[in-house]
Design a protein around this ligand. Structure first.
Ligand code: C2E
Ligand code: MG
Ligand code: MG
Length: 688
């Protein structure tokens, strides 16, 4: 295990140091006091023994000095010198002259410098020598000097022992205390510290700390329990924090409405998918699915319904994710994206594209309405188109944008020219906004012919944009653009005004012509479209039956009730309604029966291959039959040959328009055309 502290910082070591120091100090002090007391006792004993000695020989000494007995005095003094500690002894007369006296040198000792300071080198005692008979009087004195070294050495030995034992005792107590501390505190603390150090900060609540054995219900146990509670609450906070983080991460990586990965997350998924290239099936396709006219759903049914539809579409796209090779994401309000891995060739991508178109456009009931949307797909392929995920995604988006210009509900693969086309489109979009104020628009008119009596019954107004640098821009190119950025509203308003003005002019010249004007679905969705059209008619004093509005099937798709309501109002005012490009959309009988329609216009794609392609011929026939059974006049557009014209007339189609009769022409050319056409027809009839 990693050592947590340096040894000198360990509590046990520090406590040992303190205990030893205190024990030594206390032992030293106590020892010193004991030694001091012992010294006092020794000193007292010295005095007592000296006095005892004096008392022993005092009588004999008094006798000797009284009787001036030198021998006795000497014997007494010699007797005293039997004791080693006596250094000097004397029996003196009162005048101080000695009767007997003896001295010897001090006993040498290396401790003297200490002991002499405590006990003095020698001690001197003296008692008077008295006699009571014949009469009490002092006859002399007995003097004694004692060498203290003998008692002092003994004292010194004892003092040394006292000190040694005192210190040894202190040392042993210190060690015992340390051991007790180590067992009771330091060791369990160490095991708790090691357990704490082993706690994984990522999962603090996973392994809790155990109370060391023998410490239940003591302070360490309380500490361990408190620490465990802390670890558990940290784990709890961490868990909540992680949950919040996950939530934030979900919000930042996933679309909150549909739960699909957002652009950033999808790019990540795409990047990963690109790394897992399959050797036999190396192709990966990115499908950008742009919902067609999603705005209309929001406008007509509200945002709640729009959101529900988006969720439903997202769920359908996700359900396909069970096939592990597909993932879906949401790029923007009306854009989904799907990626498919492990494709063998473009054909597989095409099949998926068809599946996507069909899946997205499946109708769904929301709030009592049957809603459906088509989508237009842009497809980019890895590794063919790009090796970078973001570029691939961009290519699919650009292809989708371009595909939308060519119409709805179809798919388009990325081609290198898309980049330039997108730049051109952006430029065109900017130029388009300038076109109306700069008067770059004008209308041309294509006559509509009654096939039975070969008379011109009306004209279709077709918009032309003369771009200052590009020249003529075809309406198929700029009308979808104008619809996507809503400039069609202003442009359409201008077209209606201009067409009605022209119709009024021709009427004043005596030409009774019905004016057909194309009305974009975007225009029809406007709330004020009915009063606006009526206002235009009134401003040119044009009878309403002179104006026909051509609407396409896409106009009814999102909100049939709304379209029916507005068109019925217009029909009630006397206007005529035609369904343009019939046969290319849903061509549903249900709506056709409910719509206030007068004409069906067979799309030119069915007329062009009439009599060549059996399928197209059948479609044209069916539409003609449908018209007659619903009591609607049918107009065939795109009639280019006499055979087509004759066939259609025989088959029961009442009206036609097309290059065979006339191309769309300038308004000035219409009166001469009317004149010439009548003449040619008349000549034709005469010939017949
Ligand atoms: P549309 O309403 O179906 O117009 C018929 C288109 O077919 C016109 O193309 C016309 O020039 C063309 N056409 C007529 N006869 C023949 C023929 O015999 N053969 C061939 N190949 N084509 C023929 P144009 O003028 O290019 O218009 C294309 C589309 O642009 C129109 O289709 C219409 O959807 C739209 N458009 C044109 N003008 C307006 C307008 O003022 N407002 C709106 N909203 N859309 C317009
Ligand atoms: Mg038309
Ligand atoms: Mg048409």
């Amino acid at each position: 295990m990693k050592r947590l502290f340096s040894p000198e910082r360990q509590l046990g070591y520090r406590i040992l140091r303190w205990v030893l120091f205190t024990a030594f100090f206390a032992g030293g002090i106590i020892g010193a006091v004991q030694i001091y007391l012992d010294a006092q006792r020794v000193s007292q004993e010295l005095d007592e023994r000296a006095n005892q000695t004096l008392a022993l020989v005092r009588e004999a000494s008094a006798q000797a000095v009284y009787s001036l007995d030198n021998d006795l005095a000497r014997q007494v003094i010699d007797g005293l010198f039997a004791q080693d500690q006596i250094r000097y002894g004397a029996i003196k007369h009162n005048d101080g002259t000695p009767l007997a006296e003896r001295r010897r040198d001090a006993t040498p000792s290396s401790y003297r410098h200490i002991t002499d300071a405590i006990f003095d080198s020698t001690r001197r005692y003296q008692v008077p020598l008295m006699r009571s008979a014949p009469e009490p009087a002092q006859y002399g004195q007995l003097v004694l000097e004692i060498d203290t070294i003998y008692a002092a050495e003994l004292w010194q030995e004892r003092a040394a022992l006292i000190m040694v034992f005192g210190i040894a005792r202190a040392f042993i107590i210190g060690l015992v205390l340390y051991l007790v501390y180590y067992l009771l505190v330091s060791r369990p603390l160490g095991s708790i510290t090691r357990a704490l150090a082993a706690v994984n900060p990522a999962e603090p609540g996973r392994h809790l700390i155990k109370t060391p054995p023998g410490h239940h219900r003591d302070e360490l146990d309380t500490w361990v329990q408190a620490t465990n509670e802390l670890l558990l609450s940290i784990a709890d906070v961490q868990q909540k924090h992680q949950a919040a983080q996950d939530h934030i991460s979900r919000l930042s990586h996933y679309d909150s409405l549909t739960g699909l990965p957002n652009r950033e997350m999808f790019l990540h998924i795409l990047n990963n998918a690109m790394k897992k290239v399959h050797r036999q099936r190396p192709l990966l396709a990115v499908f950008c699915c742009g919902l067609d006219d999603f705005k209309a759903i929001n406008e007509q049914y509200g945002y709640m319904a729009g959101d529900k539809l988006l969720k439903d579409i997202a769920a359908r796209l996700q359900s396909h994710r069970v096939q592990a090779t597909m993932s879906a994401g949401r790029l923007g309000a009306d854009q989904f994206v799907v990626t498919q891995e492990h494709l063998q060739g473009e054909d597989e991508a095409k099949a998926t594209a068809r599946w996507l178109l069909e899946t997205i456009s499946r109708p769904v009931r929301i709030d009592g309405h049957e809603l459906s949307l088509t989508a237009t797909l842009g497809i980019a392929l890895f590794p063919n188109d790009s090796h970078e995920a973001d570029r691939l995604l961009q290519q699919s988006e650009q292809s989708m944008t371009l595909a939308k210009i060519q119409g709805h509900n179809h798919y388009q693969f990325y081609v290198a020219s898309v980049d330039q086309a997108i730049r051109d489109r952006k430029q065109l979009e900017r130029d388009l906004e300038e076109a109306l104020p700069h008067q770059q628009f004008h209308l041309v008119y294509q006559p509509q012919i009654d096939l039975q009596n070969r008379r011109v019954i009306g004209v279709e107004a077709l918009l032309r944009w003369y771009h200052p640098s590009r020249g003529m821009v075809p309406p198929d190119e700029f009308i979808p653009l104008a619809e996507s950025n809503n400039t069609i509203i202003e442009i359409g308003y201008w077209v209606l005004h201009e067409a009605c003005r022209q119709a009024r002019l021709w009427l004043d010249e005596g030409h009774q012509l019905r004016m057909s004007v194309n009305l974009s679905p975007v225009q029809l969705r406007q709330d004020n479209i009915v009063p606006m059209i009526m206002g235009i008619l009134a401003s040119h004093q044009l009878p309403p039956h002179c104006l026909e509005l051509e609407v396409t099937e896409t106009s009814f798709m999102h909100n049939l009730d709304d379209a029916i309501g507005k068109l019925s109002l217009l029909r009630d005012q006397g206007l005529r309604i035609a369904v343009d490009d019939f046969g290319t959309g849903y061509s549903s009988l249900t709506y056709l029966k409910r719509l206030p329609v007068h004409h069906l216009k067979i799309d030119k794609q069915f007329i062009q291959d009439l009599l060549i392609n059996e399928e197209d011929t059948q479609i044209a026939n069916t539409i003609i039959d449908l018209g007659s059974s619903l009591n609607l006049q049918v107009i065939a557009e795109g009639v280019e040959t006499e055979e087509q014209s004759v066939y259609l007339a025989q088959r029961g189609c009442q009206l036609a328009q097309g290059y065979f009769f006339s191309r769309p022409i300038e308004p000035a050319n219409i009166p001469p055309f009317l004149r010439d056409f009548v003449q040619t027809t008349a000549q034709g009839s005469e010939l017949l």
